[in-house]
Design a protein around this ligand. Structure first.
Ligand code: NAD
Length: 655
């Protein structure tokens, strides 16, 4: 049979099995790939000379990226059962080979890729940043069903395995080593030499954890995990719940029983609407990583400058420097810069502690930032991102100054939340290089960047901006230069409506809980406190000016701001933020007109406010497609992913 996915060669007494899927930059498991592996393992199990087997990948950035989700998402019933059984049987065959096996991991090793590694005796990983390890299945609504849910607790213990499986976490090589997912982390070039030392150590005996096979300790660990899962997911995500049940049950039963439960669970989960929506969002993200947005070739961006070292400027400079861009960070005075650099240094410290970056990577990243409180030459910058205060007059001055000091082809971007970007066009020469790059706060956590196309933005600028956003590991959604762009435009009517319900006498906890139960990551009043009431009111005013017939800023919000209750940053807003207190702010409660209690259909009213605005945005062409709108809301606000976004939700729950 011709090889499409695998090559084998004998190197002395050990064999090397190399995954190298034909005509593809990724190795993935579909039926043909599993069949080929299965047949290879049959031949290898009977190989007379072998004393060990190393499994590796020939791809530059991927070990094995898991199951082919395009295939998996279309299968149900017997066909799905067949594929799951085939994967389980193949990996079990690998686990039962009579000599030691080593997964030598370089690049993404996730889902089915890591389940294959779990079936080996040893797992070693390269220290490269492309090496990512984990079982993300539950975040897609399913469970690791090629043995992962059963095997991981046996490798690292139930308490360590549960957060990884239930959270669908993907780790850097360093973090994976710290959690026990791999045995060693080494430079890529030493992987094979190290694999030989693993082979020399022989086949591995199963570890013994005192709680495995002990029903009482499994029950105690399970009760704690169930409680924490309920608190986090409020019973809205069947994937993690099923994974928890399987992991617990399989601890006290043979592995075959665990595999049976994995199969049954995935068959049920695959048919659920939540899974369909989660997979749809996954495919939309994949599309956002590559689809062509303009009829031009992007230019390469090297050195950047960021103007403004506040919350956003510092966040953006940090992120760009982690992605190997040299960054000039500019602010008005040394104090503002020192504050920005302190927050960047804190972000690097955290990345080091969480083993996302090695100490050397963190030190190098920090060195890439050049802070300056005086004008410095910008002629070597390919991109400048302005993140100064949200005032058009100030931004116009900043852009006029930039225009005089950068090359004519340097892209000039603004991070404005809601100001009309086209009004900056006449302050610069060559306004075809003007674009909005709207990052979300906190920059290192939020995956979305709205790329705002103005009436003057050229195709080349747009293509370059989109390619740049992708190159720094964020997902772009292209939007029109219109008030509030897309995400804030849809979010604001929801936040305003929540404030009004409160104003009329609503109970803040009931309002917030209703939206947590709907699936939002945070209630709307708490979100207002987090964003800052002044910042939110500023965006709301911009929208009110643009849409006076249907938008206005609630009086209560203005009064709270005037009294200094700006939300979390001032210690109080709708809630009090002293000593981790969770109590509503009595001043805010006092300001309510009273009379009405919280309506019983508050979640439906508030979610409708978002869906209605999303529909208007679609009609006005603010984003190109309904999919773009749903994706932007899921990524930009955490809109209940299992509902698929405000337009899908409206479609599935018409009012
Ligand atoms: P911030 O107040 O924290 O920081 C602004 C910084 O810009 C300050 O350090 C200030 O000294 C500096 N600055 C002011 N004028 C300047 C000038 N002429 N040259 C250089 N520096 C100057 O504000 P922020 O929250 O970081 O917001 C910055 C921009 O990002 C605003 O346009 C805002 O609307 C937008 N934005 C904010 C958020 C958010 O959640 N904070 C989210 C997305 C976008």
């Amino acid at each position: 049979m011709n090889s499409h996915h695998l090559h084998f060669h004998l190197d002395g007494t050990h064999g090397v099995l190399t995954f190298d899927r034909e005509n593809s930059s990724a190795n993935i498991f579909d039926r043909p790939a599993l069949i080929e592996l299965n047949e290879k393992l049959d031949a290898l199990s009977a190989h007379p000379e072998l004393e060990g087997l190393i499994i590796r990948s020939a791809k530059p950035a991927i070990f094995i990226a898991g199951a082919d989700l395009n295939v998996l998402s279309k299968l149900q019933g017997d066909k799905l059962r067949d594929l799951i059984e085939l994967g389980q049987a193949t990996f079990e065959k690998l686990a039962r080979l009579p000599y030691p096996t080593v997964a030598a991991i370089h690049g993404a090793c996730v889902g089915g890729g890591y389940e294959l590694a779990l079936a080996c005796d040893w797992r070693i990983a390269s220290d490269a940043s492309v090496t990512k390890i984990g079982l993300p299945e539950t975040s897609l609504g399913i469970v690791p069903a090629w043995g992962g849910t059963t095997r991981l607790p046996r490798l690292i213990g139930l308490p360590a395995a549960l957060p990884l499986i239930l959270g669908g976490k993907i780790l850097s090589a360093g973090a994976a080593k710290a959690k026990g997912l791999v045995d060693a982390v080494i430079p890529r070039e030493n992987l094979e030499a190290h694999a030989l030392t693993c082979i020399a150590r022989g086949k591995r005996r199963a570890k013994s954890f005192f709680h495995l096979h002990n029903p009482v300790s499994v029950a105690v660990i399970g009760a704690k995990a169930k409680k924490s899962l309920r608190q986090k997911s409020r019973g809205l995500y069947p994937g993690p719940e099923a994974a928890l049940d399987i992991a617990l049950a399989s601890c006290t039963s043979p592995v075959e029983e665990g595999f049976r439960r994995e199969r049954e669970a995935i068959l049920k989960l695959a048919a659920r609407p939540e899974t369909r929506q989660l997979l749809r969002l996954f495919f939309l993200q994949e599309r956002a990583k590559k689809h062509r947005v303009a009829d031009a070739e992007p230019r390469k961006i090297g050195r950047c400058a960021v103007v403004g070292a506040g919350v956003m400027g510092a966040g953006i400079a940090y992120w760009l420097s982690t992605r190997r861009h040299e960054v000039i960070l500019r602010d008005l005075d040394d104090d503002a810069l020192a504050k920005g650099m302190k927050s960047i240094s804190k972000s690097y410290d955290e990345s080091r502690k969480r083993r996302i970056l090695t100490p050397i990577e963190a030190a190098r990243g920090m060195d890439r930032i050049l802070p300056s409180s005086v004008p410095v030459p910008l002629d070597r910058c390919d991109l400048v991102i302005e993140a100064a205060v949200e005032r058009l007059d100030i931004k116009r001055k900043v852009f006029a100054d930039l225009s005089a000091r950068v090359r004519p082809d340097t892209i000039l971007a603004t991070n404005t939340s809601a100001l009309p970007i086209h009004e900056l066009a006449d302050s610069i020469s060559h306004p075809d290089r003007l674009v909005g790059l709207h990052f979300f706060n906190p920059v290192h956590r939020m995956p979305l960047v709205e790329v705002v196309r103005t009436s003057t933005t050229s195709d080349e600028t747009l293509a370059t901006a989109v390619a740049f956003v992708r190159s720094i590991g964020k997902l772009p959604v292209v939007v029109k230069d219109a008030p509030g762009f897309l995400v804030n435009r849809i979010l604001m009517p929801y936040l305003v409506e929540a404030s009004r319900i409160f104003e009329r006498g609503g109970d803040p906890k009931v309002i917030d809980d209703a939206m947590l139960d709907f699936g939002m990551p945070m209630g709307p009043l708490r979100l207002l406190d987090e964003v800052g009431l002044d910042v939110a009111a500023h965006v709301a005013r911009t929208l009110a000016e643009a849409f006076p017939n249907r938008m206005s800023v609630p009086d209560l919000l203005e009064t709270l701001i005037a009294k200094g209750h700006l939300g979390k940053k001032s210690g109080s807003g709708f809630y009090i933020y002293e000593n981790h207190s969770n109590t509503p702010n009595p001043v805010a409660l006092e300001l309510r007109a009273g009379g009405e209690s919280t309506p019983s259909d508050v979640a439906s009213k508030l979610s409708h406010a978002m869906s209605e605005e999303a529909r208007r945005c679609l009609d006005e062409g603010i984003a190109e497609t309904a999919d773009d709108i749903d994706l932007a809301m899921a990524l930009g606000t955490g809109y209940a992913p299992f509902r698929g976004g405000p337009l899908q939700n409206e479609l599935n729950n018409p009012t």
